[in-house]
Design a protein around this ligand. Structure first.
Ligand code: NDP
Length: 272
């Protein structure tokens, strides 16, 4: 009996590994120098992809350099300084990356900012800054990558959205507006690109332990308790919970999945 089980496992495992493998693929991940973006990069490297991560900071985190050490598949990790709000730079960024490292197979639009203020205190400048980062630049970079992916008839584009796109969370008016718009964009792009082999999906994280969520909670235990009451699993998620979801959406295992937003939220989306 034991022998039989072992044989079954041996027969199944290679298929499982192959279908989730990103070996030989190149991923561009914005805002990958920290938080969720960093773990998306780490999970993709473990799955065999080479990654280019971007951010405004001059130096990548030490850990990001360590990504290379994790790779057992010959995958590489590179860091590039780029501010996604410099929309005029994004075509050049894609061109430069492809010239140096080959075709981009996976784009993860992860870079994002938030700000907590009651709506009536939000200035036009605040609103524009958030929408510019979380929405406008996502469109520009996606267009730059998608043109090339469609010509090659393959590619996977993943937007990091938020449950703020679905629910009326307080004091995040610009953030919620930007993420809801990204969700709308996913459906249109999925529809337009699907004939050319390019899939477009979103991941909608719930409360994930990062610098952004720590700032949002402001060290306030009441706020934390309220967030946990809304979360059936009763705990924050980890950045790699989003990373593994991104590996799935980028892989062959999701080859018939496009135009969806996948909640990874400890059950938040069941309803408040
Ligand atoms: P962090 O603040 O920890 O990380 C954000 C990353 O985005 C940083 O690496 C930052 O790098 C980068 N970034 C910000 N602005 C720019 C810019 N203009 N150009 C390039 N890079 C930029 O946040 P998280 O990791 O928590 O968030 C990642 C994504 O997940 C965001 O889109 C966020 O909205 C989403 N999300 C997060 C949730 C959470 O609970 N944490 C919940 C739901 C969604 P640098 O400073 O070097 O530019």
């Amino acid at each position: 009996q034991v022998q039989e089980n072992t044989n079954v496992q041996q027969a199944v495992n290679p298929t499982v590994h192959t279908i989730f493998s990103l070996e030989g693929k190149l991923a561009l991940i914005t805002g990958g120098g920290s938080g969720i973006g960093f773990d998306i990069a780490r999970c993709m490297v473990v799955a065999g992809a080479s990654v280019v991560i971007t951010g405004r900071r001059e130096q990548p985190l030490q850990e990001a350099v360590g990504l290379l050490a994790e790779s057992r598949t010959g995958a590489q990790a590179y860091y590039k300084v780029n501010d996604v709000t410099a929309r005029g730079s994004l075509d050049g960024l894609v061109e430069e990356i492809e010239a140096a490292h080959g075709p981009i197979d996976i784009l993860v639009n992860n870079a994002g900012i938030n700000m907590k203020k009651p709506a009536l205190e939000v200035t036009d400048e605040d609103f524009d800054r958030i929408v510019h980062t979380n929405l406008n630049s996502v469109f520009s970079l996606t267009r730059a990558c998608a043109q090339r992916m469609m010509a090659r008839k393959r590619g996977s584009i993943i937007m990091i959205s938020s449950m703020a796109a679905y629910y009326g969370l307080d004091r995040v008016v610009a953030y919620a507006a930007s993420k809801s718009a990204v969700e709308g964009m996913v459906k249109v792009l999925a529809s337009e690109f699907s004939g050319n082999g390019v899939r477009v999906n979103a991941i909608a994280p719930g409360f994930i332990e990062t610098a952004m969520s720590k700032t949002a909670m402001g060290g306030d235990p009441d706020r934390f308790a309220r967030a946990m009451r809304r979360t059936p699993m009763g705990k924050f998620g980890k950045p790699d919970d989003i990373g593994w979801a991104a590996v799935y959406l980028a892989s062959e295992a999701a080859k018939y999945v496009t135009g969806v937003s996948l909640p990874v939220d400890g059950g938040n989306s069941i309803g408040f």
